[in-house]
Write a protein that binds this ligand. Structure first.
Ligand SMILES: C[S@@+](CC[C@H](N)C(=O)[O-])C[C@H]1O[C@@H](n2cnc3c(N)ncnc32)[C@H](O)[C@@H]1O
Length: 276
């Protein structure tokens, strides 16, 4: 094995990085002059831009997440531009898309959709690609996050279907057929104990849901039914162990819990509610 690889792997392992081989392959691929797949056992070092690679490696040693280094994260069927102003799209959030596809079998429906806390725009854009006749309002209170979403809208040619708005969900007053949201849901303690990748590189505004992590669900339960058409659905992500509390919170809100979706670890992750 090449010395560069041996030394780089040792440095990553020393920092307790959980998938050092995989991370190294990705960093080498993005530093490669040909941007081709990398095999550690058979690396042609001449194809690597060494200066670029060393700067990527140092960032990873400082516990910067891979997606934030290469400024790209796959989600559902597409790749999304990301930077420090947005949460990296997570695989469990893809379950929101799956649940929506489960609810609406007809992809030609002209759904009016609201995405609360759009961040990178990953949910809104994925839904726009699935439901070509849908019109989507994607909101966030972070101007910088909306700049990232705007960039992704352009990359994915969705500007005609998605309207971005810098607004707090409490100030929205139109009605929708579907509301989706992956709100901030960590407690302060969970945030303080999170890995450096999360704590130091993801925006706090995207992560913390108040002292108990439930702030957004409480506020949603007071407001969302007024934004929903008669047959509308609300599909949201929840944090670890929050299902019971969320069920209780939404009990008297005029919304009925329809479905609970588990993620790959078996954690209750997505709740879907309807008005009737
Ligand atoms: C957990 S991130 C979700 C980002 C993206 N939808 C995803 O799933 O990857 C939550 C987002 O909600 C936004 N946000 C926080 N408070 C908000 C509010 N009151 N109204 C609208 N968006 C808000 C944050 O700026 C952040 O972008």
């Amino acid at each position: 094995m090449n010395n560069l690889i041996k030394e780089s792997l040792a440095k990553l392992k020393q920092k307790n990085i959980s998938n050092p081989e995989l991370d190294l392959r990705i960093l080498l691929k993005y530093a490669s002059k040909k941007n081709n797949e990398i095999f550690l056992s058979n690396l042609n070092i001449d194809n690597i831009d060494i200066v670029k690679f060393k700067s990527y490696l140092q960032k990873r040693i400082n516990r910067q997440p891979i997606a934030k280094i290469i400024k790209n994260k796959p989600f559902w069927k597409n790749n999304f531009y990301v930077n420090n102003s947005v949460l990296d799209p997570r695989p469990e959030t893809e379950l929101i898309i799956e649940e929506v596809l489960n609810i609406y079998r007809d992809k030609n429906l002209k759904l009016k959709i609201l995405d609360i806390g759009t961040g990178s725009g990953c949910i809104a854009i994925s839904l726009a690609k699935e439901f070509k006749n849908a019109s989507i309002t994607a909101i966030d209170i972070s101007k910088k996050a909306l700049e990232v979403a705007e960039k992704n809208l352009k990359i994915h040619n969705c500007s005609n279907q998605i309207q971005l708005k810098l607004i707090d969900f409490k100030n929205i007053n139109s009605k929708f057929d579907l509301i989706v949201s992956n709100p901030p849901y960590l407690t302060n303690d969970q945030f303080n104990n999170a890995d450096p990748e999360v704590k130091n590189f993801e925006p706090k505004l995207a992560l913390i849901g108040g002292d108990d992590g439930l702030k957004f669900y409480k506020e949603y339960s007071n407001t969302l039914q007024n934004l929903m058409n008669k047959k509308a659905y609300f599909v949201c992500e929840i944090g670890y162990n929050q299902r019971k509390d969320c069920e209780e919170i939404f009990k008297n809100s005029g919304l009925y819990l329809n479905n609970i979706v588990h993620d790959l670890q078996g954690i209750e992750r997505i709740l879907s509610f309807s008005k009737i």
